[in-house]
Design a protein around this ligand. Structure first.
Ligand code: ADP
Ligand code: MG
Length: 240
């Protein structure tokens, strides 16, 4: 599980996260919604220390990853991330993109890494693209490769930061379908998204983040169907 204790993050004088206390259970699917600039990405990036918290602690499986003595690489192997803008290596083929970290970090053989990569490409519906380079793929295909690349590390936790926001509308569905498939695998997923219908459909819980705190949280039925806090109501009125 992921335990977030009194998480604060400032950039200079700007206090972006102002005390977040949450626990995300193993196997849970949590969606994070909220206005632009409210701290959603910063929150997600703190969970795998892409941003260093200013104050507070984050425990993953009971291990305090914010302890300077903790091994960041070991944690990153367990906590994968998928970004809004895919971030594939442009000069590497699809297969190389997926096998690089397993070979270099997990130290598995090239042959085994390629076997696994091909099977993951099948999972994301891109069996025929192993030898392509990222620029020859559509945005939706690139994002599915990015998901396969994250899965190749066999993470227990996968973080998604607006995985469909950079896509043309006709490609959103194919990426959401892949993520929906992952919700049935028992992996723990934390998904920042503007796709409210999707969040409602796949989440166990929804966090509404506003002004650097979790302003409201609950089941999708509660948050979307019966929000209690005025700011949640205002936000949903604008996006639904
Ligand atoms: P969201 O993902 O909800 O849109 P972010 O977490 O990206 O919000 O950003 C929250 C605030 O923190 C914004 O005001 C943003 O400009 C600021 N911010 C984010 N990252 C940095 C950074 N690396 N340096 C300075 N300010 C940042
Ligand atoms: Mg963001």
């Amino acid at each position: 599980m992921i335990e977030i204790k009194n998480l604060h993050k400032s950039f200079g004088k700007l206090e972006v996260l102002r005390g977040i206390n949450e626990t995300i259970a193993d196997g849970e699917v949590v969606s994070i919604i909220g206005p632009s600039g409210s701290g959603k990405s910063t929150f997600l990036r703190c969970l795998n220390l892409l941003e260093e918290p200013t104050e507070g602690h984050i425990l993953i499986n009971g291990e305090d990853i914010t302890d300077p003595k903790h091994d960041v690489n070991k944690m990153r192997a367990q906590v994968g991330m998928v970004f809004q803008r895919f971030n594939l290596f442009p000069n590497k083929s699809v297969l190389e993109n997926i096998t690089l970290a397993p070979i270099n970090v997990l130290k598995i053989s090239k042959a085994e890494a390629e076997d696994r990569a091909r099977s993951l490409l099948k999972t994301v519906g891109l069996s025929d693209k192993a030898d392509n380079y990222p620029h020859s793929l559509s945005g939706g295909q690139q994002q599915r490769v990015a998901i396969a690349r994250a899965l190749a590390m066999q993470p227990r936790y996968l973080l998604f930061d607006e995985p469909t926001s950079a896509l043309d509308p006709e490609m959103v569905g194919e990426v959401l379908a892949v993520i929906k498939g992952l919700t049935q695998t028992g992996m723990t997923l934390v998904i920042v998204t503007h796709e409210m219908g999707f969040a409602r459909e796949v989440s166990d819980r929804v966090f509404f983040i506003d002004q650097g705190i979790v302003m409201e949280k609950g089941s999708p039925e509660d948050i979307f169907g019966n929000p209690q806090v005025d700011r949640t109501k205002d936000f949903l009125a604008k996006v639904l």
